[in-house]
Design a protein around this ligand. Structure first.
Ligand code: NAD
Length: 703
């Protein structure tokens, strides 16, 4: 048939097998081969056709290597028309993940069967686009409007059992021999005279939709879509599925798909998609660098981070031993883990048996002797260099040779920590983000002496536990927290200059941040930074009041943030909604007067530039110093670790879109207007701005 699609007649069933490793992506050869096979199946002795995939999955989606290239016939919609026009029943047999165009292909078949652990979904919205081959028209026709909107606007895949409850899968097959089950299923359909069911023939009665439903849904989405257009266009398509005939609905979907694909948002989101994959590659490290086997992990410290990290490993079936300073501390840590899992169970996202299974994988100890056999240790004790070194010296004494010793430190020098051991080659940073079982980013910190296979292992295990990994060299705060310094500082200084907390946060949120910087500080707790400043002052550092006086005054007035019911805002005790507080505004004015800062009106444009340009400038320094491997790695860190809007592609991509000259000129203007202390353009930014270049072009020149 073709080199990726084969056809065989088994009894009265034509079996079409797709074999396009690794994930049966919808390449041109696949589309052409499948179309030919369906056509050939029309004229032979078969009475029904089965479409099945070899390898680990059904068609997992588009072929990303064809992105941006001129389309080659047949297009996916053409192929689906061929499938839907078949005169014989077509059955899709699904295993693995049928995503995007893969699931749309299955939806164009007359019947769908799947193994119970298969997953189906339409993740396009995550790339700023929408399903462009009938997904928005077929899913609502089968599963109803509400379920379709939820599935397509979230982009999250669902399991076969849930999909079957939504009628998206007709038959969940028992056992793992999908091929013979699918053939039997097809034979049964033929024998029972099952109709040639076509999704396009289903109509949705518009009178079943409550008036104003779509408008209401749009409003609800707008709050979480953070300015993205694709979710809104998906609602329009689904509305079309209700009100338009199939072909008109498909036309609408095509038009809105084209709009989304060309939008700067989608381009930014596709940048993030590729950046994420690129970030896993470590320059100078061959792809076949050996990795160490990780069968058992130890976590030191079962606090906020340690508990979350332990869950990450238990979630993928890796046993964890958590070490704490006392039985009470251990019990406290285990209780937090239990509570987190039971919340997941209550939400219906995990069943009781799974929870028990995962909890059974986590055991606790207070004795280092119990760590003699672990393969990886992740230290998450207090952020204190002396305690960390003490812990590493103990680990060095008890852990077996070859065990990897990682620190989750946010700021400390990984090389200093490594120096507390006799095996610095086995030491590195594995910096998780809070909550560790939820946040996707893992900063892998390469120490001066970290061995190649240790780095490769950290990257691999990071991927295994579902994290997006990015490599950082050692510096204060690594990539992410180092860059955050200027952002937080400017948020504070904007208040002194006359903006209100609500204005600063609203501008950041309008830009697309999940939460503005001051609301974020309230969530994290203002006492955290306060204590850190006290510790630095105790070591003789002199803090500039301009960058922290308001935060300190709030803490000293008992306002610690959300946990004390008040910080930069008041919080409604019931709903936790933030409420602007005139007391805080008075406190800010008082601090400004004390420092002799003259307050003025501040525009949202100024807020955005003052918050985000310092990220870009620090990012440029980080690149020059070789702390980050590439600008796109910095974007990955910010999108996955700090909820920077993916529709803006990350700070460095955003800078390229604004234009580096504009960023540089604005920094120079701020230098004049606001003083030079915090506005020194990075040499790399200056150079690229003057050359009319971009970070992306610079990255290419670096190879
Ligand atoms: P935490 O205070 O919640 O937990 C620390 C735990 O370590 C406590 O339970 C404590 O009993 C235990 N501990 C202290 N000394 C110990 C020792 N010698 N041996 C064993 N256990 C010991 O702190 P956290 O927020 O989980 O932070 C832990 C580390 O993770 C710090 O280095 C921090 O900088 C880093 N980190 C924190 C966050 C965050 O948002 N909280 C994010 C990323 C990284």
């Amino acid at each position: 048939m073709s080199n990726v699609v084969s056809y065989e007649l088994i009894d009265n069933i034509g079996v079409i097998t797709i074999d396009n490793p690794p994930v049966n992506a919808l390449s041109h050869a696949l589309r052409k081969g499948l179309q030919d096979a369906i056509t050939a199946g029309q004229t032979d002795a078969s009475e029904a056709l089965v479409v099945i995939c070899a390898g680990r999955t059904f068609i997992a989606g588009a072929d990303i290597t064809e992105f941006g290239k001129p389309p080659q016939s047949p297009s996916l919609p053409d192929l689906l028309t061929t499938i839907e026009s078949s005169r014989k029943l077509v059955v899709a047999a699904i295993h693995g993940t049928a995503l995007g165009g893969g699931f749309e292909t299955a939806l164009a078949c007359n019947y769908r069967c799947a193994v119970s652990d298969a997953k189906v979904g339409l993740p396009e919205v995550k790339l700023g686009i929408l399903p462009g081959a009938g997904g928005t028209q077929r899913v609502p026709r089968i599963a109803g409007v509400k379920a379709a909107l939820e599935m397509i606007t979230s982009g999250n895949p669902i399991g076969a059992v849930q999909a079957s409850a939504m009628n998206l899968i007709d038959e969940v097959v028992v056992g793992n021999d999908l091929k013979s089950s699918a053939i039997t299923y097809a034979k049964d359909l033929v024998a029972s005279g099952a109709p040639l069911k076509r999704v396009r023939d289903i109509t949705i009665d518009p009178s079943t939709i409550e008036p104003g439903f779509f408008e209401g849904y749009r409003k609800k989405l707008a709050a979480r879509a953070r300015g993205q257009i694709a979710p809104d266009r998906i609602v329009s398509c689904v509305e079309g599925a209700v009100n338009l005939p199939m072909d008109k609905g498909l036309e609408l979907e095509r038009a809105l798909f084209a709009e989304c694909v060309q939008s700067p948002q989608s381009q930014a989101m596709r940048h993030v998609f590729f950046a994420e994959r690129e970030a896993t590659k470590i320059k100078g490290l061959p792809a076949d660098t050996p990795v160490r086997d990780i069968k058992h992990v130890a976590i030191i410290g079962g606090g906020t981070m340690g508990g979350g990290i332990a869950m990450c490993f238990a979630n993928v079936g890796i046993p964890v031993t958590m070490l704490e300073i006392s039985d009470e501390a251990l019990e406290r840590g285990m209780n937090i883990i239990r509570k987190n899992y039971s919340i997941t169970v209550k939400k219906g996202k995990m069943d009781e048996a799974e929870m028990v299974q995962r909890l059974n994988l986590i055991d606790g100890t207070t004795s280092y002797e119990d760590l003699s056999n672990v393969d990886l240790v992740i230290e998450a004790v207090f952020e204190n260099p002396d305690i960390k070194k003490e812990v590493f010296a103990k680990l060095d004494a008890v852990c077996k040779p070859g065990a990897i010793l990682a620190s989750n430190t946010s700021y400390q020098n990984v090389d200093d920590i490594a120096s507390a051991t006799k095996r610095p080659q086995d030491v590195l940073g594995m910096h998780f983000f809070s909550p560790a079982n939820v946040m996707k980013l893992l900063e892998v910190v390469r120490g001066e002496k970290t061995a190649d296979d240790v780095l490769a292992t950290a990257m691999k295990i990071g991927k295994k536990i579902g994290k997006v990994c990015a490599l950082s060299r050692v510096c204060y705060g690594f990539i992410g927290n180092r860059m955050l310094g200027g952002y937080g500082r400017q948020a504070h200084m904007l208040l002194l200059d006359g903006a209100t907390p609500a204005q600063v946060d609203a501008a950041a949120e309008e830009f697309g941040m999940a939460m503005g910087p001051l609301a974020m500080s309230d969530l994290a707790g203002l006492d955290v930074g306060y204590k850190a400043r006290q510790a630095r002052e105790a070591q003789g550092e002199v803090m500039d009041p301009v960058t922290h006086c308001i935060g300190s005054a709030l803490v000293e007035g008992g306002r610690l943030g959300q946990k004390s019911g008040a910080g930069y805002y008041k919080y409604d005790p019931q709903t936790r909604a933030r409420i602007s507080d005139p007391e805080v505004e008075a406190l800010i004015r008082e601090q400004a007067e004390k420092l002799g800062v003259k307050q003025r009106e501040i525009s949202n444009e100024e807020i955005v530039a003052r918050l985000f340009y310092p990220l870009i400038n620090e990012g440029a320094l980080i690149l020059e110093e070789g702390i980050a491997q590439r600008p796109s790695d910095i974007d990955v860190v910010y999108v996955y670790g700090y909820a920077f809007p993916s529709a803006k592609g990350g700070p460095m991509y955003f800078a390229d879109q604004v234009g580096l000259k504009e960023v540089y000129d604005t920094i120079l203007r701020f230098q004049k207007e606001l003083g030079p202390d915090y506005w020194q353009p990075a040499p790399l930014l200056e150079k690229l701005a003057k050359e009319g270049s971009s970070f992306a072009a610079w990255a290419k020149s670096q190879g």
